[in-house]
Design a protein around this ligand. Structure first.
Ligand code: PLP
Length: 385
């Protein structure tokens, strides 16, 4: 079997499993306890926080560990909206954010907040002039993703960050698909809050982070004990956090550059194979633009997502029909809908392929051959009807 759904989740790296196993066996203590076991756990927590903070070029004090990017996004959005209610009730986002951003915003709308959903073009990109037009004196929060999990398009984070430097609005970035793969310096980009999740970079599930700079003062989402310097209650998931740090440590600058080259090569391998075989396809997104290199979304006209995904699965290749959650429900992808309109055939005829650190050129060769075969068979069957 070949796993090509790394935007949904990634396999844990053996170094991560080893670090977590050691933590669970030897240092099971509660980091809040003052005895030896507690101190051991606390020291592991401090070390992990420093590792993750270093990756974000920031101080350890700016990193809060959470139960994943969903919690980080919910906390950043809902708690900022409430904390800054007196300054305004307007929030700006894009139409193609993850549901863990869109659903908190819908909740806020039902409570009287005003939300602008910036539209995207066929490349899955917003326009900075639309952003400028939306920003007003009541805007207290702008929340945009670093890169999109379904099509890989990037948001103009640097431009938006620069514009917000002299504006009251705080800038939150959901960097879940990019953290670990790209070098991110929130302070340099004018980002006040940033979310990430360990399981997207070969770490464990159920652990993430919320970066927040000194300007951000919000109430915790979870109330209880004084963990995470009173910013997130609940006994810390130390094995998960240690695993997160181990995953981050593996992906240094050199590894990131090497991965990006490799992923760009995989995309070229697949698109060239399809072209050489005379198989009609279109990329949902723009490969010429700056983008997340591990995500490739293809429209195969005339071939249903469901049939293709099932065929590939039977042949031993795991790909996605959109985002994991969207594919699991029968809802059409809100990302492709925002890009192409709800009547576009692309919505029911596209697949997402996403690479990870263990993906090899041989995997991609085998996948391209299987994809060509499946598409040709499904098209021939449709033509015979
Ligand atoms: N944001 C984006 C862009 C994602 O791709 C995901 C992954 O599912 C999330 C947020 C949520 O992460 P988690 O499920 O780890 O909370």
């Amino acid at each position: 079997h070949v796993y090509l759904d790394n935007a949904a989740t990634t396999p844990m790296h053996p170094d991560v499993v080893a670090a977590m196993t050691e933590q669970m066996n030897a240092d099971f203590g509660n980091a809040s306890s003052t005895h030896y076991y507690g101190r051991q756990a606390h020291s592991a927590l401090d070390k992990a926080r420093q590792t993750v903070a270093d990756a974000l070029h920031t101080d350890a004090a700016n990193v809060v560990f959470t139960g994943g990017a969903t919690e980080s996004n919910n906390t950043a959005i809902i708690r900022t909206a409430y904390a800054r209610r007196d300054q305004g009730m307007h929030i700006i986002t894009s139409a193609i954010e993850h549901l863990s951003v869109l659903n908190p915003l819908r909740r806020l709308e039902s409570e009287g907040f005003r939300v602008t959903y910036l539209p995207v073009d066929e490349n899955g990109e917003i326009s900075v002039s639309d952003f400028d037009a939306a920003l007003d004196d009541e805007t207290t929060l702008v929340t945009l993703m670093w890169g999109n999990n379904e099509v890989g398009s990037r948001m103009p984070i640097d431009k938006v960050g620069a514009r917000l430097r002299n504006h009251q609005a705080w800038f939150h970035v959901d960097a879940t698909q990019a953290f670990g793969l790209e070098d991110i310096n929130p302070a340099a980009l004018g980002i006040n809050m940033l979310s990430a999740s360990a399981h997207k970079l070969n770490g464990p599930k159920g652990v993430g982070l919320l970066y927040r700079d000194d300007q951000v003062h919000i109430q915790p989402f979870l109330l209880g004990g004084e963990q995470e310097t009173k910013r997130r209650a609940g006994t810390e998931n130390i094995p998960g956090i240690v695993g997160f740090a181990a995953a981050v440590q593996r992906l240094d600058k050199h590894a990131k550059a090497e991965l990006e080259d490799r992923y760009v090569g995989f995309t070229r391998q697949i698109t060239s194979a399809l072209t050489d075989a005379g198989v009609e396809f279109h990329v949902n997104g723009n490969l010429e633009h700056e983008r997340l290199p591990h995500v490739l979304n293809l429209w195969l006209p005339g071939v249903s997502t469901y049939a293709l995904q099932t065929n590939l699965d039977l042949a031993g290749f795991a790909v996605s029909g959109g985002s994991a959650c969207t594919a699991g429900s029968l809802e059409p992808s809100h990302v492709l809908t925002a890009m192409f309109g709800e009547d576009s055939p692309r919505i029911a005829e596209s697949i997402r392929i996403s690479y990870g650190t263990v993906t090899t050129a041989e995997d991609i060769d085998a996948f391209a051959a299987a994809l060509i075969k499946a598409v040709q068979r499904l098209r021939a069957r449709a033509a015979a009807k």
